[in-house]
Design a protein around this ligand. Structure first.
Ligand SMILES: [Zn+2]
Length: 399
C-alpha cells in the first residue's frame, strides 16, 4: 500500500515547493515545522523536487548553538519560468519571471492604438512575446506557463476577448491571432502547454486581495475604461473572483448613450476618455498615450487646477453611487480603487460615506473603507504571476 495517494503527494509537493519559494532559504527542518509534515516526508518530497530540477541545495549554515549544520533550499537557478503577456490601450508587454516572482526580462512596446485592427495589435504582441522568449531560452530555462492579460472582458470556448472599447474590438480570438504569429507560443502549446487569456481586473483584484486581506473585496479599476471584480473567500470554496462590469452599470437614468447600447453607464460620466476630454487633455492622450494624460489629470486635480478639478468633483458622486449599489449587494470588507483613481481614492471615500443609507442614523450595513491600490500599475502583473504560481503549485511535477 502506498503511504500517500497521488493527490496527497501532489498537494504535499506543492506545500514544500511553496515554502521554498516564500522563504529566503529554508532548511528541511524549517519546512517540516512550518507544514506539519514529518521530517522523513519532507526529505523524500525535497528529493523529488530536486530530481525535477525545481529546487536545489544552497548554502550550508552553521548552527547558532548545538546541532548539525543546516543545508538551505532555494528555487533551482534553471527552474522553469512564467511568461505574463499584457495588452492595454497603449502597450504590448511580455514579462518573464521565476516562480518566486523575480523578474527575468521585460519587453514592452507601444502599439499606437490602431483602432479596430486586432491583427496589427497581434503583430506587436507576438513580437514582444518572441523577444522575451528568446531571452528566456538564452538563460537555459523553459516556459512553464503563459498567461495573456487583456484590459477587456473575456469568455466563450475557446476563450476570446468579448469586446474591447479601448481598441474598438468586437469578439476577437486573440490567442488564435497570437498563435498564428508567435513561434514561442506555438512551441509552448506543441509541448503540451495551455496558454490562458484572462481579464486584467480579475487578476489585479486577486493581487489587491492578497495585499489587503479580508473575506470580500470590491475592486474598481479606471485606467482605459472602467472595470472591476469581486473577490470572495470562504473556507470551503477558497478564494474566487467574479468579474464585474462596473463601468457599464447604468447609474444615470436616461443618460448619454453608451457604446454598449445602454444609457447612462458609469463610463459615460466617469470614464478616463470622458474625463480627459472634459479637462482639455484629450490631445495629450492622443499624442503621449492614456497613461501620461491620466498622470497629468491626477496632478491637476491634486493641485486644484481647473477644469480638471471640477471635472473630477462631478465624477466622484457617480463613482461613489456605483460602489454603493454593489457594496449593498455583496457587503465587502474593503473597496479598492485601481488605475488613476487610486491616487484620488480619499475623495471617493468621503462622498461614499455621506450617501450611505441609514435607519435611525445607523448604516444598514457596515460601511467599507474605500482605499487606493497600493500595488499601482503592477497589480495585474502581480496577480497574474500569483495565479500562475498557484496553478503550478497544485501539480509541481507537471511543471
Ligand atoms: Zn455601457
Amino acid at each position: 500500500m502506498p503511504l500517500a495517494t497521488p493527490d496527497v503527494r501532489r498537494h504535499n509537493l506543492g506545500l514544500v515547493l511553496g515554502r521554498v519559494l516564500e522563504g529566503a532559504g529554508e532548511a528541511r527542518a524549517d519546512i517540516a515545522d512550518a507544514t506539519g509534515l514529518s521530517r522523513g516526508s519532507v526529505t523524500s518530497l525535497v528529493a523529488e523536487l530536486i530530481d525535477a530540477g525545481l529546487v536545489e541545495e544552497s548554502d550550508v549554515v552553521a548552527p547558532a548553538g548545538m546541532g548539525r549544520p543546516r543545508t538551505m533550499l532555494v528555487l533551482a537557478a534553471s527552474a522553469p519560468c512564467v511568461l505574463i503577456v499584457m495588452l492595454d490601450a497603449d502597450h504590448a508587454t511580455a514579462v518573464a519571471g521565476t516562480l518566486s516572482g523575480e523578474e527575468l526580462t521585460r519587453v514592452s512596446r507601444r502599439h499606437g492604438r490602431p483602432m479596430g485592427d486586432p491583427a496589427a495589435i497581434a503583430d506587436v504582441l507576438a513580437g514582444v512575446v518572441d523577444e522575451a522568449a528568446e531571452c528566456i531560452a538564452a538563460t537555459g530555462r523553459r516556459i512553464a506557463d503563459v498567461c495573456v492579460v487583456v484590459w477587456a472582458p473575456v469568455g466563450g470556448t475557446p476563450v476570446r476577448v468579448l469586446a474591447d472599447t479601448d481598441l474598438d474590438w468586437g469578439e476577437v480570438d486573440l490567442l488564435g491571432l497570437l498563435r498564428a504569429r508567435s513561434a514561442a507560443l506555438t512551441a509552448f502549446e506543441e509541448a503540451g502547454g495551455d496558454a490562458r487569456l484572462v481579464p486584467d481586473s480579475d487578476v489585479a483584484a486577486l493581487a489587491e486581495h492578497a495585499a489587503v486581506g479580508g473575506d470580500t473585496l470590491l475592486y474598481l479599476k479606471a485606467d482605459s475604461g472602467i472595470g472591476g471584480a469581486i473577490v470572495l473567500t470562504d473556507e470551503v470554496a477558497g478564494t474566487r473572483v467574479l468579474g464585474a462590469a462596473l463601468g457599464h452599470l447604468p447609474v444615470v437614468p436616461d443618460g448619454t448613450r453608451c457604446a454598449c447600447g445602454q444609457r447612462g453607464c458609469l463610463v459615460t460620466v466617469a470614464g478616463p476618455d470622458v474625463l480627459l476630454a472634459r479637462s482639455d487633455l484629450g490631445a495629450l492622450a492622443a499624442a503621449e498615450g492614456l497613461t501620461v494624460a491620466l498622470e497629468a489629470f491626477v496632478a491637476q486635480v491634486q493641485a486644484g487646477t481647473e477644469p480638471a478639478a471640477g471635472v473630477w468633483r462631478g465624477a466622484v458622486p457617480e463613482i461613489a453611487r456605483t460602489l454603493q449599489i454593489v457594496a449593498l449587494t455583496v457587503a465587502p470588507d474593503v473597496i479598492v480603487l485601481g488605475g488613476f483613481a487610486a491616487a484620488l481614492a480619499a475623495d471617493v471615500d468621503a462622498v461614499f460615506r455621506t450617501i450611505q443609507p441609514r435607519i435611525a442614523r445607523a448604516p444598514v450595513l457596515p460601511v467599507a473603507p474605500v482605499v487606493g491600490s497600493a500595488l499601482g500599475a503592477d497589480a495585474a502583473l502581480r496577480g497574474a504571476q500569483r495565479d500562475a504560481r498557484m496553478r503550478l503549485l497544485s501539480d509541481p511535477l507537471g511543471i
